[in-house]
Design a protein around this ligand. Structure first.
Ligand code: 5GP
Ligand code: MN
Length: 343
């Protein structure tokens, strides 16, 4: 059990007394879980009387824009006046939501590491939790999402009466998106009981579902069709499929940030494919997304070859060479990784 009475006492002690300045940080390229967890936890801290600010290193995807509390997320990249950097520097407590490596803060990393006075607390579900740098860690690597850990914290500290509709919605979005709309292997009966509570607290399931999943642009749909038809490469020897997108291809389909969300999952629904990889060109590097089924461990793959990590069945990383070279390397890595495992 990750949420022990001892840790809860420590947390209560840190949060009690005079109102404090508290920053909540999401990981870069924020997803539904890091945003949902930060917003729900923020609402709880505000209720206790604290002054809070949720900060995302860069902009959240447009399919989260409808969320009730989304206006409470500040985007560090757009903060021309340095208000957020100052808030972080002055914060007495910093909550790190949904990431295990400080460099997942991207451009916020330096601001946070330069600040030595704040108490840093981690709430996360990624493998390999950090060994130091935090006064308190709520790390549950078996949890389906960070939002579910936040739910368990709020339930333990204040009970379900304290969960209002916006908080319930935030946590539901995190759980829904990080479980692939309730389809991954991290599901449990307890999780569905928690979801039942969130529904009782006011989540409108069809509304949330279609706000996230039926709200894409036409360009995104056409890009998906193009990518699967023209760019998908299958390798049945290893049970691997990969796709890639260049900047030119993304421009052709009026790409906006968030459009490629979920693309990497499609090749996994082909019979015989156990691992899927997606390579997306960005200005300075190639972003790598990996998904797998069963015991194919893409966390190890991402850590070993792409300077990244994540979970066993969902991980990511980066490549700092050209797309062509990245794809050549990938073939070599596959031979090494699967050849090594078979041999
Ligand atoms: P996605 O492919 O959706 O960007 O990420 C899948 C999972 O891998 C997420 O849990 C995410 O946190 C993790 N992940 C993605 N990119 C990186 C990375 O560069 N470093 C690490 N450590 N984890 C990553
Ligand atoms: Mn997560």
């Amino acid at each position: 059990m990750v949420i022990t009475e001892q840790k809860l006492d420590q947390l209560r002690e840190i949060l009690q007394g005079a109102p404090k300045k508290i920053a909540l940080l999401t990981h870069t390229n924020p997803d539904g879980d890091t945003i949902g967890a930060a917003l729900a936890w923020r609402a709880y801290l505000e209720r206790l009387g604290h002054t809070t600010l949720c900060i995302a290193p860069n902009r959240y995807p447009y399919f989260l824009e409808w969320m009730t509390d989304i206006g409470h997320i500040g985007v560090f990249k757009d903060d021309v006046d340095g208000i957020m950097a100052r808030f972080i520097a002055e914060a007495e407590i910093i909550f790190c939501m949904d990431f295990n490596q400080i460099n997942r803060l991207d451009r916020v990393t330096d601001t946070v590491t330069a600040n030595t006075t704040a108490l840093r607390i981690l709430i996360d579900h990624h493998l390999h939790p950090p060994v130091d740098g935090y006064v308190l860690q709520f790390s549950d690597t078996h949890s389906c999402s960070t939002s579910y850990i936040v739910y368990q914290l709020i339930m333990a500290l204040a009970g379900e009466e304290s969960i209002d509709q916006a908080m319930a919605e935030s946590m539901y979005v995190g759980i829904m998106t990080d479980t692939g709309n309730f389809s991954f292997s991290t599901l449990s009966a307890e999780l569905f009981r928690a979801v039942a509570v969130l529904i009782e607290r006011g989540v409108n399931v069809p509304y949330v579902n279609s706000s996230v999943y039926d709200n894409f642009s036409e360009g995104r749909m056409r890009l998906l069709g193009y990518m699967l038809n023209d760019k998908m490469v299958t390798n049945y020897k290893y049970g691997v499929a990969h796709v890639s997108l260049t900047e030119e291809e993304m421009r052709r389909f009026n790409f906006i940030q968030g459009d490629s969300e979920g693309f990497v999952n499609y090749p996994l629904s082909i019979r015989g494919i156990r691992m899927s990889a997606m390579f997306i060109q960005t200005k300075h590097s190639v972003r790598v997304s990996l998904r797998s089924r069963g015991d194919v461990d893409v966390n190890v793959f991402a850590r070993r070859y792409f300077d990244g990590g994540g979970h066993r069945n969902a991980a990511g990383g980066r490549s700092y060479v050209s797309m062509d070279e990245t794809l050549q390397n990938f073939h070599q890595f596959l031979g090494e990784y699967f050849g090594e495992k078979e041999g």
